[in-house]
Design a protein around this ligand. Structure first.
Ligand SMILES: Cc1ncc(COP(=O)(O)O)c(C=O)c1O
Length: 388
């Protein structure tokens, strides 16, 4: 065992079942292992490295800010977070942004916003948040409560109360929950990630948006994984013709540094007043300077490429031996294989490719959005060989 692996086993808390490879370097969509091999990266740090490793524009943006000042606290104005918030609002039509450091925190903030809005408008009994079964919203006790998968809840009870779970794509079930309970907000992933790479139906998402409008419920989409260009739109809700009241995002927004962002629409933009939420590192200038360079490059041309590559993956894999079906949107792809997904991943690693898995027995692919065609094709050939 290498020194790194020994240190890791001895000193890192035992929460991660790591693959055997140690990453020692990276370039674009390639990761170099301690075994000297170059692996094709189909995980992008779980949807983080939108433009791969050693992205020169992101490095330039981050280092330029590093050479000015690295952190100031939220006591003072600074340009990177103000410019990033403005860009996100102009690109989405939402009105204000609260910055934090992770997806879980972005969702915590969304839940606070929904509860605060409902308390003011309808009274303190309206605290319930409806999420979906098979969802994933984070690891804090409140976002675990929001996560509609019991396997993540066990050992940590009691979780934050006031969460209800609807079946994905069951609009009648959702309406029933809303009739029977005092609901502050509904939080959904338009494309469920960890839960199985499942794109919700258009009817369902539009129905939820309508329901929220009719009942004055805060409509929230979690774009931590499916956002930032991943599905071929800047944010996945755009595929559905809806505009949420709250959008949460993280991961790819930072391009490799930690960030969370909660975007607030017209209905809830004034929920916060000074002191009602906060974060030491939220809006950190280095992270925001890097994020600006990411969002500026997620333009129509890049998004069209994401759609093209996603279509290519679907047509290349669908109907091939060992493949049951392909799910997801854009470059957020789930592959249901006849073989167990872990066996397929092990095979792909042997062929020099690093994919992800998701619940429901899925091989999950979240490549850098700018992965070159020839690497993508090579990686898919490895998948087909491993799955056959
Ligand atoms: C949809 C979704 N929401 C929230 C989270 C939590 O994000 P973080 O790990 O940054 O707290 C994740 C992480 O995988 C996610 O996929």
């Amino acid at each position: 065992m290498t020194d790194t692996k020994k240190l890791d086993h001895e000193y890192i808390a035992n929460t991660y079942a790591r693959y055997q490879v140690e990453i020692v370097d990276g370039n674009g969509s390639l990761l170099k292992g301690d075994d000297g091999r170059d692996y094709i990266d189909l995980g992008a740090g779980i949807g983080v490295n939108i433009f791969g490793q050693k992205d020169p524009e992101w490095i330039a943006a981050v280092t330029s800010q590093l050479n000015r000042f690295q952190h100031t606290s939220n006591l003072y104005y600074s340009a990177p977070d103000a410019e990033l918030a403005a860009l996100l609002c102009r690109r989405t039509g939402l009105k204000k942004v609260f910055f934090s450091n992770s997806g879980a925190e972005a969702n915590e903030c969304a839940i606070k916003v929904a509860r605060s809005y409902a308390e003011t408008k309808k009274g303190p009994d309206y605290f319930n948040i409806v999420t979906l079964k098979d969802s994933f919203h984070g690891r804090t006790l409140t976002t675990l409560a929001a996560t509609g998968q019991a396997m993540f809840h066990k050992d940590f009870l009691p979780l934050t109360p006031g969460f209800l779970y609807a079946d994905p794509d069951d609009l009648e079930g959702m309406k029933h929950l809303v009739e029977e309970n005092k609901v502050a907000g509904i939080l959904i992933e338009c494309v469920q990630g960890e839960g199985g790479v499942r794109a919700l139906s258009k009817d369902f998402v539009q129905g939820v948006a309508d329901l929220c409008r009719e009942k004055d419920i805060v409509f929230m989409t979690d774009e931590v994984q499916c956002g930032n260009g991943r599905t071929g739109k800047l944010y996945a809700y755009e595929n559905y013709g809806v505009l949420p009241d709250v959008v949460t995002t993280a991961k790819g927004l930072g391009g490799g540094l930690p960030i969370g962002a909660t975007l607030l629409g017209e209905k809830v933009k004034d929920v916060f007043t000074p002191g009602k939420n906060g974060s030491t590192f939220g809006g950190n200038p280095i992270v925001c300077a890097g994020a600006l360079s990411i969002i500026r490059r997620i333009d129509d041309k890049l998004l069209a490429e994401v759609v093209r590559k996603g279509d290519f993956v679907r047509s290349y894999l669908s109907g091939k031996p060992g493949i049951e079906f392909v799910s997801g949107l854009g470059l957020m792809i789930g592959v249901k294989t006849v073989k167990n997904e872990n066996e397929v991943v092990a095979g792909m690693m042997e062929y020099g490719v690093l994919p992800l898995t998701a619940h429901g027995g899925m091989v999950r692919l979240l490549p850098p959005l700018n992965i070159p065609d020839e690497l993508l094709k090579k990686a898919l050939d490895a998948l087909l060989k491993a799955a056959a």
